[in-house]
Design a binder for this molecule. Structure first.
Ligand code: NAP
Length: 259
């Protein structure tokens, strides 16, 4: 990015949510408005060398992630991030309260995606009943996993070898009334959504670290191929808090239209 319009730069801490940043048009297509939230290092990495839980950002960034989650109807996570970070995808009490006041459920629906379906029911997410859990996977899911998961989650298993992301989003919109979907990664899932032009907004925190490492994933993962088409973003908000920079990009859709 060569320059930033100063009128768009907001250097003061703000609690603006993804909802307030959202453009018109979410209701005009047959899928939710998809907002991805990531933190990267100054050299563009999303995780440490051991692919450990994301712990290189400040408390403010963690609050930022919670606020994005709180503003959505559902939160989506890829199987690897779920396993590695072992997250419940819950919210602090004050944000649950705020959702209640807005007439929403106290916590967003939690959505997991996996092609293979080898999802361990002992993960923390399945030990918490704060909101429904929906799993999109394939009939490759082993019977033992199906049996263990079906009492804890709603399973959508396709006959195809891979989950169709556009169909998944359509199902979330039509069957679960999801207007805004918060995608919390990881990079493999984000790239797959980008390739199909299914991301509307990217919230990006740049953290004051550098990890290096050719085998450390960037925002679009470890895939060394170019994206099918370069993705254009427009910066709609930027703020800095101490050493971190919080950016909000609107993703420009190919041919100018949301699918
Ligand atoms: N810095 C950040 O903000 C941030 C955010 C999130 C995650 N992370 C880090 O990223 C790392 C994991 O990243 P990752 O790229 O390996 O994992 P990921 O995107 O979380 O998960 C990849 C897995 O999710 C499933 N999946 C992804 N795309 C799919 C699609 N289109 N259709 C069906 N299933 C799909 C597949 O599961 P199956 O293999 O089960 O088929 C795939 O192997 C972790 O270290 C995590 O801490 C960082």
């Amino acid at each position: 990015m060569s320059s930033v319009n100063p009128s768009k730069v907001d250097a003061t801490p703000s609690s603006r949510s993804a909802v307030s940043e959202r453009g018109v048009g979410a209701a005009s297509t047959n899928r939710p408005f998809v907002v991805a939230t990531f933190a990267i290092t100054a050299d563009g990495k999303v995780t440490t060398k051991n692919f450990g839980p994301v712990d290189f950002t400040s408390r403010e960034d963690k609050l930022h992630l919670f606020r994005q989650r709180a503003s959505a109807d559902a939160v989506l996570i890829g199987h690897t991030s779920l396993e590695r970070d072992n997250v419940r995808l819950g919210l602090p009490a004050d944000l649950q309260e705020l959702r209640s006041k807005r007439g929403q459920s106290r916590s967003p629906i939690r959505v997991i995606i996996s092609n293979k379906g080898r999802i361990d029911e002992r993960l923390k997410i399945f030990q918490s009943d704060i909101s429904p859990i929906i799993v999109f996977s394939t009939k490759r899911m082993p019977q033992k996993n199906r049996k263990a998961l079906q009492t804890k989650a709603t399973l959508h298993l396709t006959d195809a070898k891979h989950v169709d992301l556009a169909v998944m989003l359509k199902t979330l919109r039509n069957q679960y009334k999801v207007g805004t979907l918060a995608c919390e990664g990881g990079p493999t899932l984000f790239r797959a959504l980008l390739e199909e032009d299914l991301i509307d907004q990217l919230n990006l925190t740049i953290a004051p670290h550098m990890f290096g490492g050719a085998t450390a994933p960037t925002l679009t993962g470890l895939n060394n191929k170019f994206l099918p088409a370069s993705v254009q973003c427009s910066l709609i908000n930027m703020r800095t808090i101490e050493n971190e920079c919080f950016l909000i990009y609107r993703i420009k859709h190919q041919r100018g239209r949301r699918k």
